[in-house]
Ligand binder design. Sequence first.
Ligand SMILES: [Zn+2]
Length: 390
Amino acid sequence: MEDLIIPRVVARLVDGRIKLHIDLKFNPNHGPDGRFTTYGSGGRIQTPGGESPHFGPGGKPSKPTAPKYSKMSGEELAKELQSAADKRDAEKKEEAKERKKLKTAYKQAQKEREGLPTVGSAAEIEAARDKWNAECKKGGKWDSTTPEAKAVWAELNRLRSPKDAKAAALADKKVSEAGKASASFEDKVRAKNKAAKEQFHTALTLDKEDRASLDIRGDKKLAGKTSVKKGIARYEELVSAEALGERSRVYIENAGRERAFYRDSDGSVHLESGGGRGIATVVHELGHHLEHASPAARHAAVMFRREKTVGSPTKSLKTVSKAYDRDEIYKERSDGKKWIDPYMGKIYRRGGSTELLSMGLEMLATKPDVLLKKDPELFALVVNAARGKL
Ligand SMILES: [Zn+2]
């Protein structure tokens, strides 16, 4: 079924002012888990024919279309992913209860198995064990392969074996089944966690026609390294061509033993020769490229940092980690919240640059769920900057 296109007027709050624009491409979608996504206060939208858009002719339910993640703003995406994350969190609570139950059942089964009456008494088993130990140590060096040691071992096992073989087999089966139930439960949990991770990845990945395409120059060998290539590819998936405008040229250079950095003057990304933190570093430095390429992104990032740190004193980053240089400074937030990493509050003496888009984009590439959970406002800012929606 074709997507249903309904023009709509969209109101957005921008810098405290309401902005209206007509969205010709509004497409009512289903959420990722099949829920109907409502925009604003609209609720379900009726077509002129009186049919709701996700029902085909004759009221037959049509297949839910994939959400148009690529067109969403940071706020819309945050909302969409937040509800999925909330749902997953609620599931996790139930899973914790279930895990506890399964563990208890497993322990119980083990206890029952161990509690079965054995051929020998506890004292007899203990004595046989001592005898076996002594037998093994006899020659001065531990040796459990002598015929004598083997004989004592066989006797120990005979004494340890359950009196009732049938009951033992049944108890063994119970232990094994409880173990399997636990393992298959954990498999399901892992699959759910993987799906949740993939949902973030998919939602953040722009459609091909929206993506940036970098013109990579400089150190071709370094640029051809797998982690560098992967970092560049992820950057292009996260950042739109619209956001970068004409600024798609990037020089990849070798920083040698120096910490990776970005140089505004020639748009060059300098990477540690050892690879640094791989994709994270590449996307981080390219985040500086985004801030450099998009004046709107730079302005929004500087304003964000300024607003969140009003009245905060300037501090040395040396107080955070000795790895920072002596002249690196930052400001803590003054809005009652904390930066996910103090480095996000870094101040550049020349001004006009931040570590918000670099750190933010790095997180968007490596742990977007954490960014959304800990700082949804920054998540929205970074997505909007990356998508040219500022
Ligand atoms: Zn940086």
